[in-house]
Design a protein around this ligand. Structure first.
Ligand code: UD1
Length: 501
Protein backbone atom coordinates (compact mmCIF):
# COMPACT_ATOMS: atom_id res chain seq x y z
CA UNK A 1 0.00 0.00 0.00
CA UNK A 2 2.70 2.45 0.96
CA UNK A 3 4.74 2.09 -2.20
CA UNK A 4 1.85 2.72 -4.46
CA UNK A 5 1.07 5.90 -2.64
CA UNK A 6 4.57 7.26 -2.62
CA UNK A 7 5.05 6.69 -6.30
CA UNK A 8 1.71 8.04 -7.19
CA UNK A 9 2.15 10.95 -4.91
CA UNK A 10 4.99 12.24 -6.98
CA UNK A 11 3.29 11.56 -10.22
CA UNK A 12 -0.31 12.42 -10.05
CA UNK A 13 -1.92 13.94 -7.04
CA UNK A 14 -5.41 13.48 -8.44
CA UNK A 15 -4.85 9.78 -8.78
CA UNK A 16 -3.52 9.53 -5.25
CA UNK A 17 -6.49 11.32 -3.85
CA UNK A 18 -8.83 9.10 -5.74
CA UNK A 19 -6.99 6.05 -4.51
CA UNK A 20 -7.02 7.35 -0.96
CA UNK A 21 -10.70 7.79 -1.24
CA UNK A 22 -11.18 4.39 -2.76
CA UNK A 23 -9.18 2.89 0.04
CA UNK A 24 -11.25 4.65 2.62
CA UNK A 25 -14.40 3.59 0.89
CA UNK A 26 -13.22 0.01 0.67
CA UNK A 27 -12.37 -0.05 4.31
CA UNK A 28 -15.96 0.62 5.26
CA UNK A 29 -18.62 0.63 2.65
CA UNK A 30 -20.91 2.75 4.76
CA UNK A 31 -18.82 5.79 3.94
CA UNK A 32 -20.90 8.30 2.12
CA UNK A 33 -20.12 11.52 0.41
CA UNK A 34 -21.59 14.43 2.23
CA UNK A 35 -23.75 16.82 0.34
CA UNK A 36 -22.43 20.13 1.50
CA UNK A 37 -23.42 23.71 1.36
CA UNK A 38 -19.93 25.14 1.37
CA UNK A 39 -19.14 27.97 -0.95
CA UNK A 40 -15.63 26.89 -1.82
CA UNK A 41 -14.60 26.85 -5.43
CA UNK A 42 -13.57 23.70 -7.16
CA UNK A 43 -10.34 24.57 -8.94
CA UNK A 44 -9.37 23.21 -12.29
CA UNK A 45 -11.37 21.81 -15.10
CA UNK A 46 -12.95 18.87 -13.32
CA UNK A 47 -16.53 19.95 -13.27
CA UNK A 48 -18.63 19.06 -16.24
CA UNK A 49 -21.62 21.13 -17.25
CA UNK A 50 -24.31 21.32 -14.56
CA UNK A 51 -22.36 18.99 -12.33
CA UNK A 52 -22.13 19.62 -8.60
CA UNK A 53 -18.86 19.03 -6.77
CA UNK A 54 -20.30 15.93 -5.20
CA UNK A 55 -21.41 14.57 -8.53
CA UNK A 56 -18.01 15.33 -9.98
CA UNK A 57 -16.20 13.48 -7.20
CA UNK A 58 -18.63 10.65 -7.46
CA UNK A 59 -18.06 10.37 -11.19
CA UNK A 60 -14.27 10.58 -10.92
CA UNK A 61 -14.11 7.93 -8.24
CA UNK A 62 -16.36 5.68 -10.26
CA UNK A 63 -14.19 6.18 -13.35
CA UNK A 64 -11.02 5.50 -11.44
CA UNK A 65 -12.09 2.70 -9.16
CA UNK A 66 -15.42 1.41 -10.33
CA UNK A 67 -16.80 2.19 -6.87
CA UNK A 68 -20.18 3.82 -6.52
CA UNK A 69 -20.08 6.51 -3.90
CA UNK A 70 -23.48 7.45 -2.61
CA UNK A 71 -24.24 11.08 -2.02
CA UNK A 72 -25.97 11.54 1.25
CA UNK A 73 -26.53 14.38 3.64
CA UNK A 74 -25.43 12.29 6.64
CA UNK A 75 -22.07 10.71 5.95
CA UNK A 76 -20.74 8.01 8.16
CA UNK A 77 -17.54 9.91 8.67
CA UNK A 78 -15.65 13.01 7.85
CA UNK A 79 -11.99 13.31 7.20
CA UNK A 80 -10.21 16.22 8.73
CA UNK A 81 -6.81 17.32 7.50
CA UNK A 82 -4.51 19.45 9.51
CA UNK A 83 -1.46 21.11 8.11
CA UNK A 84 0.82 22.65 10.59
CA UNK A 85 2.54 25.85 9.56
CA UNK A 86 0.69 25.77 6.36
CA UNK A 87 1.30 29.41 5.59
CA UNK A 88 4.63 29.44 7.33
CA UNK A 89 8.16 28.44 6.45
CA UNK A 90 7.46 24.81 5.99
CA UNK A 91 9.74 23.66 8.74
CA UNK A 92 8.37 20.92 10.91
CA UNK A 93 5.67 20.34 8.42
CA UNK A 94 3.21 17.81 9.56
CA UNK A 95 0.16 16.61 7.86
CA UNK A 96 -2.32 14.34 9.37
CA UNK A 97 -5.61 12.93 8.40
CA UNK A 98 -8.08 12.10 11.04
CA UNK A 99 -11.63 11.11 10.96
CA UNK A 100 -14.50 11.87 13.16
CA UNK A 101 -17.94 10.56 13.14
CA UNK A 102 -20.72 12.76 11.92
CA UNK A 103 -22.61 12.04 15.10
CA UNK A 104 -19.90 13.57 17.21
CA UNK A 105 -19.08 17.22 16.76
CA UNK A 106 -16.07 17.00 19.00
CA UNK A 107 -12.73 17.26 17.30
CA UNK A 108 -10.35 14.36 17.70
CA UNK A 109 -8.04 14.27 20.65
CA UNK A 110 -4.54 14.50 19.33
CA UNK A 111 -1.89 12.67 21.18
CA UNK A 112 0.70 13.96 18.77
CA UNK A 113 0.43 17.42 20.41
CA UNK A 114 1.72 20.71 19.09
CA UNK A 115 -0.98 21.10 16.59
CA UNK A 116 -1.74 24.42 18.21
CA UNK A 117 -1.37 26.56 15.15
CA UNK A 118 -3.58 24.57 12.91
CA UNK A 119 -4.53 26.59 9.94
CA UNK A 120 -6.83 24.47 7.96
CA UNK A 121 -9.52 22.05 8.72
CA UNK A 122 -11.21 20.30 5.95
CA UNK A 123 -13.67 17.50 5.67
CA UNK A 124 -13.75 14.43 3.52
CA UNK A 125 -15.01 16.29 0.49
CA UNK A 126 -12.42 18.98 0.83
CA UNK A 127 -9.59 16.51 1.14
CA UNK A 128 -9.43 16.45 -2.61
CA UNK A 129 -8.92 20.18 -2.83
CA UNK A 130 -6.60 20.46 0.13
CA UNK A 131 -4.26 17.84 -1.18
CA UNK A 132 -3.92 19.96 -4.27
CA UNK A 133 -3.03 22.88 -2.02
CA UNK A 134 -0.57 20.70 -0.20
CA UNK A 135 1.09 19.79 -3.43
CA UNK A 136 1.81 23.41 -4.35
CA UNK A 137 2.95 24.01 -0.82
CA UNK A 138 5.41 21.16 -1.12
CA UNK A 139 6.99 22.69 -4.15
CA UNK A 140 7.50 25.94 -2.23
CA UNK A 141 9.00 24.24 0.77
CA UNK A 142 11.56 22.05 -0.94
CA UNK A 143 14.43 24.32 0.08
CA UNK A 144 13.71 23.53 3.72
CA UNK A 145 14.62 19.97 3.07
CA UNK A 146 11.07 18.78 3.12
CA UNK A 147 10.51 16.32 0.36
CA UNK A 148 7.38 15.01 -1.11
CA UNK A 149 8.31 11.70 0.29
CA UNK A 150 8.55 13.00 3.86
CA UNK A 151 5.11 14.41 3.53
CA UNK A 152 3.81 11.37 1.75
CA UNK A 153 5.14 9.19 4.51
CA UNK A 154 3.52 11.38 7.11
CA UNK A 155 0.25 11.08 5.33
CA UNK A 156 0.59 7.38 4.93
CA UNK A 157 1.28 7.02 8.59
CA UNK A 158 -1.81 9.03 9.33
CA UNK A 159 -3.76 6.91 6.90
CA UNK A 160 -2.42 3.79 8.47
CA UNK A 161 -3.51 5.04 11.85
CA UNK A 162 -6.86 5.80 10.40
CA UNK A 163 -7.20 2.44 8.75
CA UNK A 164 -5.94 0.62 11.79
CA UNK A 165 -8.65 2.31 13.76
CA UNK A 166 -11.11 1.42 11.05
CA UNK A 167 -9.87 -2.13 11.20
CA UNK A 168 -10.48 -1.96 14.91
CA UNK A 169 -7.49 -3.44 16.59
CA UNK A 170 -8.61 -2.51 20.09
CA UNK A 171 -8.36 -5.28 22.63
CA UNK A 172 -11.73 -5.92 24.21
CA UNK A 173 -12.32 -7.88 27.38
CA UNK A 174 -15.68 -9.64 27.21
CA UNK A 175 -16.91 -10.94 30.55
CA UNK A 176 -19.43 -13.74 30.19
CA UNK A 177 -18.21 -14.00 26.61
CA UNK A 178 -19.30 -17.62 26.17
CA UNK A 179 -22.93 -16.93 27.03
CA UNK A 180 -25.78 -16.36 24.60
CA UNK A 181 -25.28 -12.66 23.85
CA UNK A 182 -21.59 -12.67 24.77
CA UNK A 183 -20.65 -15.35 22.26
CA UNK A 184 -22.45 -13.61 19.41
CA UNK A 185 -20.75 -10.37 20.37
CA UNK A 186 -17.33 -12.09 20.31
CA UNK A 187 -18.08 -13.23 16.75
CA UNK A 188 -18.93 -9.72 15.65
CA UNK A 189 -15.87 -8.28 17.40
CA UNK A 190 -13.52 -10.80 15.77
CA UNK A 191 -15.14 -10.35 12.38
CA UNK A 192 -14.37 -6.66 12.74
CA UNK A 193 -10.75 -7.30 13.67
CA UNK A 194 -10.92 -6.51 17.34
CA UNK A 195 -8.75 -8.58 19.62
CA UNK A 196 -10.91 -10.47 22.08
CA UNK A 197 -10.17 -11.67 25.60
CA UNK A 198 -12.94 -13.61 27.31
CA UNK A 199 -13.46 -14.23 31.01
CA UNK A 200 -16.18 -16.76 31.75
CA UNK A 201 -16.58 -19.13 34.68
CA UNK A 202 -18.74 -21.55 32.65
CA UNK A 203 -21.53 -21.31 35.23
CA UNK A 204 -24.09 -21.00 32.45
CA UNK A 205 -22.05 -21.69 29.33
CA UNK A 206 -19.93 -24.38 27.76
CA UNK A 207 -16.23 -24.43 26.95
CA UNK A 208 -16.85 -25.69 23.39
CA UNK A 209 -18.25 -22.25 22.56
CA UNK A 210 -14.63 -21.06 22.31
CA UNK A 211 -14.00 -23.42 19.40
CA UNK A 212 -17.32 -22.60 17.81
CA UNK A 213 -16.47 -18.90 17.82
CA UNK A 214 -13.10 -19.76 16.25
CA UNK A 215 -14.78 -21.93 13.61
CA UNK A 216 -17.21 -19.19 12.63
CA UNK A 217 -14.65 -16.39 12.51
CA UNK A 218 -11.49 -18.26 11.64
CA UNK A 219 -9.84 -16.13 14.30
CA UNK A 220 -8.62 -16.86 17.77
CA UNK A 221 -9.44 -15.36 21.13
CA UNK A 222 -7.86 -15.56 24.55
CA UNK A 223 -9.97 -17.39 27.09
CA UNK A 224 -9.74 -17.29 30.90
CA UNK A 225 -11.87 -19.72 32.86
CA UNK A 226 -12.22 -17.34 35.79
CA UNK A 227 -14.83 -15.67 37.93
CA UNK A 228 -15.12 -11.91 37.57
CA UNK A 229 -15.53 -11.72 41.36
CA UNK A 230 -11.91 -12.84 41.69
CA UNK A 231 -10.07 -9.53 41.98
CA UNK A 232 -6.63 -11.10 42.06
CA UNK A 233 -7.22 -12.90 38.77
CA UNK A 234 -8.67 -9.76 37.23
CA UNK A 235 -5.49 -7.91 38.18
CA UNK A 236 -3.38 -10.61 36.57
CA UNK A 237 -5.41 -10.44 33.40
CA UNK A 238 -5.37 -6.67 33.19
CA UNK A 239 -1.65 -6.43 33.81
CA UNK A 240 -0.95 -9.07 31.18
CA UNK A 241 -3.43 -8.17 28.46
CA UNK A 242 -3.47 -4.36 28.18
CA UNK A 243 -7.21 -4.16 27.71
CA UNK A 244 -8.65 -1.13 25.86
CA UNK A 245 -12.31 -1.63 26.66
CA UNK A 246 -14.61 -3.98 28.54
CA UNK A 247 -18.01 -5.36 27.62
CA UNK A 248 -19.54 -6.73 30.80
CA UNK A 249 -22.08 -9.51 30.26
CA UNK A 250 -21.22 -11.80 33.15
CA UNK A 251 -24.02 -12.12 35.66
CA UNK A 252 -26.97 -14.18 36.78
CA UNK A 253 -30.09 -13.45 34.78
CA UNK A 254 -33.04 -15.64 35.70
CA UNK A 255 -35.90 -13.56 37.06
CA UNK A 256 -37.60 -16.38 39.00
CA UNK A 257 -34.39 -17.64 40.53
CA UNK A 258 -33.50 -14.12 41.64
CA UNK A 259 -36.74 -13.91 43.61
CA UNK A 260 -35.83 -17.14 45.41
CA UNK A 261 -32.12 -16.39 45.86
CA UNK A 262 -31.77 -12.63 46.16
CA UNK A 263 -28.53 -12.69 48.16
CA UNK A 264 -26.88 -14.88 45.56
CA UNK A 265 -27.98 -12.44 42.84
CA UNK A 266 -26.89 -9.29 44.64
CA UNK A 267 -23.62 -10.83 45.69
CA UNK A 268 -22.66 -12.19 42.30
CA UNK A 269 -23.89 -9.39 40.03
CA UNK A 270 -22.78 -6.48 42.20
CA UNK A 271 -19.47 -7.79 43.55
CA UNK A 272 -18.28 -8.87 40.10
CA UNK A 273 -19.07 -5.47 38.63
CA UNK A 274 -17.46 -3.56 41.50
CA UNK A 275 -14.29 -5.64 41.32
CA UNK A 276 -14.16 -5.22 37.59
CA UNK A 277 -14.57 -1.45 37.72
CA UNK A 278 -12.02 -1.16 40.50
CA UNK A 279 -9.41 -3.07 38.53
CA UNK A 280 -10.26 -1.18 35.34
CA UNK A 281 -9.67 2.12 37.13
CA UNK A 282 -6.41 0.88 38.56
CA UNK A 283 -5.17 -0.15 35.12
CA UNK A 284 -6.50 3.00 33.53
CA UNK A 285 -8.90 1.15 31.26
CA UNK A 286 -11.94 3.40 31.20
CA UNK A 287 -14.11 2.30 28.30
CA UNK A 288 -17.02 0.24 29.52
CA UNK A 289 -20.12 -1.24 27.90
CA UNK A 290 -22.71 -2.65 30.26
CA UNK A 291 -25.28 -5.27 29.53
CA UNK A 292 -28.47 -3.92 31.09
CA UNK A 293 -32.07 -4.82 30.41
CA UNK A 294 -35.44 -3.30 29.64
CA UNK A 295 -36.43 -4.84 32.95
CA UNK A 296 -35.22 -1.58 34.56
CA UNK A 297 -38.34 0.18 33.23
CA UNK A 298 -40.62 -2.06 35.31
CA UNK A 299 -44.15 -1.45 34.13
CA UNK A 300 -43.73 1.45 31.68
CA UNK A 301 -46.05 4.43 31.87
CA UNK A 302 -46.57 4.39 28.09
CA UNK A 303 -45.23 2.80 24.92
CA UNK A 304 -42.84 2.78 23.16
CA UNK A 305 -40.30 3.02 25.95
CA UNK A 306 -37.72 5.79 25.79
CA UNK A 307 -34.44 5.90 27.69
CA UNK A 308 -35.57 8.76 29.92
CA UNK A 309 -38.61 6.88 31.25
CA UNK A 310 -38.77 6.38 35.04
CA UNK A 311 -36.89 3.34 36.30
CA UNK A 312 -38.44 0.85 38.69
CA UNK A 313 -37.73 -2.82 39.03
CA UNK A 314 -39.96 -5.72 40.00
CA UNK A 315 -37.46 -8.46 40.92
CA UNK A 316 -33.95 -8.78 42.38
CA UNK A 317 -32.41 -9.57 39.01
CA UNK A 318 -33.77 -6.32 37.60
CA UNK A 319 -32.69 -4.47 40.71
CA UNK A 320 -29.10 -5.63 40.27
CA UNK A 321 -29.16 -4.16 36.77
CA UNK A 322 -30.55 -0.87 38.02
CA UNK A 323 -28.12 -0.73 40.92
CA UNK A 324 -25.22 -1.27 38.55
CA UNK A 325 -26.54 1.48 36.29
CA UNK A 326 -26.51 3.80 39.31
CA UNK A 327 -23.00 2.75 40.28
CA UNK A 328 -21.89 3.54 36.74
CA UNK A 329 -23.48 6.99 36.90
CA UNK A 330 -21.65 7.76 40.14
CA UNK A 331 -18.40 6.45 38.73
CA UNK A 332 -18.66 8.53 35.59
CA UNK A 333 -19.49 11.63 37.63
CA UNK A 334 -16.43 11.04 39.81
CA UNK A 335 -13.99 10.34 36.99
CA UNK A 336 -14.59 12.11 33.72
CA UNK A 337 -12.10 9.90 31.91
CA UNK A 338 -14.61 7.08 32.02
CA UNK A 339 -16.67 6.44 28.98
CA UNK A 340 -19.64 4.20 29.61
CA UNK A 341 -22.44 2.85 27.47
CA UNK A 342 -25.41 1.23 29.18
CA UNK A 343 -27.33 -0.99 26.77
CA UNK A 344 -30.87 -1.91 27.74
CA UNK A 345 -31.81 -5.04 25.86
CA UNK A 346 -35.36 -5.92 25.04
CA UNK A 347 -36.01 -9.62 24.33
CA UNK A 348 -33.03 -11.21 22.58
CA UNK A 349 -33.84 -14.40 20.67
CA UNK A 350 -32.58 -16.15 17.53
CA UNK A 351 -29.16 -17.67 17.06
CA UNK A 352 -26.13 -17.54 14.81
CA UNK A 353 -27.11 -18.66 11.33
CA UNK A 354 -24.31 -21.24 11.31
CA UNK A 355 -26.27 -23.16 13.93
CA UNK A 356 -23.19 -23.24 16.14
CA UNK A 357 -24.18 -20.58 18.68
CA UNK A 358 -27.50 -20.02 20.36
CA UNK A 359 -29.40 -20.05 23.61
CA UNK A 360 -29.19 -23.29 25.49
CA UNK A 361 -30.47 -22.82 29.04
CA UNK A 362 -29.92 -25.56 31.56
CA UNK A 363 -33.11 -27.26 32.81
CA UNK A 364 -36.62 -26.20 31.85
CA UNK A 365 -36.47 -22.82 30.10
CA UNK A 366 -38.17 -19.81 31.69
CA UNK A 367 -38.22 -17.64 28.61
CA UNK A 368 -40.53 -18.00 25.67
CA UNK A 369 -38.31 -18.78 22.69
CA UNK A 370 -36.15 -21.44 24.39
CA UNK A 371 -39.40 -23.09 25.47
CA UNK A 372 -40.91 -22.93 21.97
CA UNK A 373 -37.86 -24.55 20.34
CA UNK A 374 -37.89 -27.42 22.81
CA UNK A 375 -41.57 -28.08 22.22
CA UNK A 376 -40.95 -27.92 18.46
CA UNK A 377 -38.08 -30.33 18.95
CA UNK A 378 -40.29 -32.65 21.00
CA UNK A 379 -38.12 -32.29 24.09
CA UNK A 380 -41.10 -30.75 25.90
CA UNK A 381 -44.75 -31.61 25.31
CA UNK A 382 -46.63 -28.38 25.20
CA UNK A 383 -46.09 -24.65 25.55
CA UNK A 384 -48.06 -22.83 28.24
CA UNK A 385 -49.08 -19.36 27.12
CA UNK A 386 -49.34 -17.20 30.20
CA UNK A 387 -52.66 -15.41 29.79
CA UNK A 388 -54.75 -14.33 26.82
CA UNK A 389 -56.71 -11.57 28.51
CA UNK A 390 -54.16 -8.76 28.30
CA UNK A 391 -55.08 -5.56 26.55
CA UNK A 392 -53.12 -6.46 23.43
CA UNK A 393 -53.80 -7.42 19.83
CA UNK A 394 -54.87 -10.99 20.72
CA UNK A 395 -54.79 -10.93 24.50
CA UNK A 396 -51.32 -12.49 24.85
CA UNK A 397 -48.26 -10.56 26.05
CA UNK A 398 -46.44 -8.33 23.59
CA UNK A 399 -42.64 -8.03 23.56
CA UNK A 400 -39.94 -6.46 21.45
CA UNK A 401 -37.99 -9.51 20.24
CA UNK A 402 -34.59 -8.71 18.81
CA UNK A 403 -32.27 -11.02 16.89
CA UNK A 404 -29.18 -11.73 18.97
CA UNK A 405 -26.90 -10.96 16.01
CA UNK A 406 -28.41 -7.49 15.70
CA UNK A 407 -27.96 -7.07 19.42
CA UNK A 408 -24.32 -8.15 19.17
CA UNK A 409 -23.74 -5.58 16.44
CA UNK A 410 -25.17 -2.92 18.76
CA UNK A 411 -22.25 -3.65 21.10
CA UNK A 412 -19.75 -2.84 18.39
CA UNK A 413 -21.42 0.50 17.84
CA UNK A 414 -21.33 1.09 21.59
CA UNK A 415 -17.61 0.27 21.66
CA UNK A 416 -17.03 2.77 18.87
CA UNK A 417 -19.01 5.32 20.84
CA UNK A 418 -17.08 4.90 24.10
CA UNK A 419 -13.78 4.90 22.23
CA UNK A 420 -14.78 8.20 20.66
CA UNK A 421 -16.63 10.16 23.35
CA UNK A 422 -16.32 10.58 27.07
CA UNK A 423 -19.44 10.42 29.22
CA UNK A 424 -22.25 8.05 30.09
CA UNK A 425 -24.66 7.03 27.38
CA UNK A 426 -27.76 4.88 27.68
CA UNK A 427 -29.44 3.15 24.77
CA UNK A 428 -32.41 0.89 24.23
CA UNK A 429 -31.54 -1.99 21.95
CA UNK A 430 -34.76 -3.29 20.47
CA UNK A 431 -36.50 -3.32 17.11
CA UNK A 432 -39.20 -0.87 18.16
CA UNK A 433 -41.87 -3.37 17.16
CA UNK A 434 -43.85 -5.61 19.49
CA UNK A 435 -45.14 -9.11 18.74
CA UNK A 436 -47.60 -11.08 20.83
CA UNK A 437 -46.86 -14.57 22.12
CA UNK A 438 -49.35 -16.00 19.63
CA UNK A 439 -47.86 -14.05 16.74
CA UNK A 440 -44.42 -15.37 17.62
CA UNK A 441 -45.63 -18.96 17.98
CA UNK A 442 -47.57 -18.84 14.72
CA UNK A 443 -44.65 -17.30 12.84
CA UNK A 444 -42.37 -19.97 14.28
CA UNK A 445 -44.65 -22.77 13.08
CA UNK A 446 -45.04 -21.25 9.63
CA UNK A 447 -41.37 -20.42 9.01
CA UNK A 448 -40.10 -23.76 10.26
CA UNK A 449 -43.01 -25.86 9.09
CA UNK A 450 -43.26 -27.51 12.47
CA UNK A 451 -45.99 -27.91 15.04
CA UNK A 452 -45.81 -26.18 18.44
CA UNK A 453 -48.73 -27.40 20.57
CA UNK A 454 -49.80 -24.82 23.14
CA UNK A 455 -52.41 -24.22 25.81
CA UNK A 456 -53.55 -21.02 27.44
CA UNK A 457 -52.94 -20.92 31.19
CA UNK A 458 -53.12 -18.22 33.87
CA UNK A 459 -51.02 -15.08 33.70
CA UNK A 460 -47.50 -15.38 35.07
CA UNK A 461 -47.11 -13.18 38.16
CA UNK A 462 -45.04 -10.09 37.48
CA UNK A 463 -45.60 -10.08 33.69
CA UNK A 464 -46.74 -6.91 31.99
CA UNK A 465 -49.02 -6.71 28.96
CA UNK A 466 -46.73 -4.96 26.50
CA UNK A 467 -43.15 -3.85 26.30
CA UNK A 468 -41.37 -2.45 23.26
CA UNK A 469 -38.62 0.03 22.64
CA UNK A 470 -38.29 3.40 21.11
CA UNK A 471 -34.92 2.65 19.54
CA UNK A 472 -34.39 5.97 17.77
CA UNK A 473 -31.69 7.19 20.16
CA UNK A 474 -29.43 4.26 19.28
CA UNK A 475 -30.04 4.95 15.61
CA UNK A 476 -29.34 8.65 15.87
CA UNK A 477 -26.30 8.46 18.12
CA UNK A 478 -24.78 5.10 17.25
CA UNK A 479 -26.01 4.64 13.70
CA UNK A 480 -27.39 1.27 14.80
CA UNK A 481 -30.71 -0.33 14.08
CA UNK A 482 -31.97 -3.89 14.05
CA UNK A 483 -31.96 -5.41 10.58
CA UNK A 484 -33.33 -8.91 11.10
CA UNK A 485 -37.02 -9.65 11.44
CA UNK A 486 -39.15 -12.03 13.43
CA UNK A 487 -38.96 -14.71 10.71
CA UNK A 488 -35.16 -14.82 10.79
CA UNK A 489 -35.31 -14.97 14.59
CA UNK A 490 -37.64 -18.00 14.44
CA UNK A 491 -35.68 -19.70 11.67
CA UNK A 492 -32.29 -19.29 13.34
CA UNK A 493 -33.51 -20.29 16.81
CA UNK A 494 -34.91 -23.55 15.43
CA UNK A 495 -31.89 -24.18 13.25
CA UNK A 496 -29.70 -23.96 16.33
CA UNK A 497 -31.70 -26.49 18.32
CA UNK A 498 -31.88 -28.89 15.35
CA UNK A 499 -28.15 -28.62 14.76
CA UNK A 500 -27.42 -29.26 18.43
CA UNK A 501 -29.97 -31.98 19.06
C1 UD1 B 1 -37.72 -11.65 30.81
C2 UD1 B 1 -37.15 -10.72 31.82
C3 UD1 B 1 -36.21 -9.77 31.13
C4 UD1 B 1 -35.15 -10.53 30.35
C5 UD1 B 1 -35.83 -11.48 29.38
C6 UD1 B 1 -34.83 -12.33 28.67
C7 UD1 B 1 -38.35 -9.38 33.53
C8 UD1 B 1 -39.66 -8.95 34.04
N1 UD1 B 1 -38.31 -10.07 32.42
O1 UD1 B 1 -38.52 -10.90 29.94
O2 UD1 B 1 -35.58 -8.95 32.06
O3 UD1 B 1 -34.34 -9.65 29.64
O4 UD1 B 1 -36.71 -12.32 30.11
O5 UD1 B 1 -35.23 -12.57 27.37
O6 UD1 B 1 -37.38 -9.09 34.14
N2 UD1 B 1 -44.36 -16.57 27.98
C9 UD1 B 1 -45.30 -17.56 27.82
N3 UD1 B 1 -44.92 -18.84 28.08
C10 UD1 B 1 -43.67 -19.19 28.50
C11 UD1 B 1 -42.72 -18.16 28.65
C12 UD1 B 1 -43.11 -16.87 28.39
O7 UD1 B 1 -46.44 -17.30 27.45
O8 UD1 B 1 -43.41 -20.37 28.72
C13 UD1 B 1 -44.74 -15.18 27.65
C14 UD1 B 1 -44.59 -14.20 28.79
O9 UD1 B 1 -45.77 -14.13 29.53
C15 UD1 B 1 -44.28 -12.92 28.02
C16 UD1 B 1 -43.53 -13.39 26.80
O10 UD1 B 1 -43.85 -14.75 26.65
O11 UD1 B 1 -45.47 -12.29 27.60
C17 UD1 B 1 -42.03 -13.25 26.93
O12 UD1 B 1 -41.59 -13.86 28.13
P1 UD1 B 1 -40.05 -14.11 28.42
O13 UD1 B 1 -39.40 -14.73 27.26
O14 UD1 B 1 -39.96 -14.83 29.72
O15 UD1 B 1 -39.45 -12.67 28.54
P2 UD1 B 1 -39.90 -11.43 29.46
O16 UD1 B 1 -40.70 -11.88 30.62
O17 UD1 B 1 -40.47 -10.39 28.59
Amino acid sequence: MKEIFINDFNENIDLVVTRVKALLINSKNEILLEENNNTYQFPGGHLKDNETIEECLQREIKEETGIDLTINSKPFLKITCFYKNYFNTGKNVKSIIYYYDIYSDKMPNFEETNYDDLEIQTDFNLLYLRLKDLKSFLIQSKEDGTTNENIANEMLLALDTYLTRKEKKMKILVTGGLGFIGSHTCVELLNNNYEVVVIDNLSNSKIDVVDKIKTITNKSLTFYNEDVCNEEKLEEIFSKEKIDAVIHFAGYKAVGESVKEPIMYYENNLISTLKLLKVMKKYNCKNFVFSSSATVYGSPKSLPIKEDFPLKTTNPYGTTKLMIENILKDLEASDKDFSIAILRYFNPIGAHKSGLLGENPKGIPNNLMPYIVRVANKELDILSIFGNDYDTVDGTGVRDYIHVVDLAKGHLKAIEKVARDKGLFTYNLGTGKGYSVLELVNTFMKVNNVDVPYKIVDRRPGDIASCYADATKAYEELGWKAELGIEEMCRDAYNFIKTNK
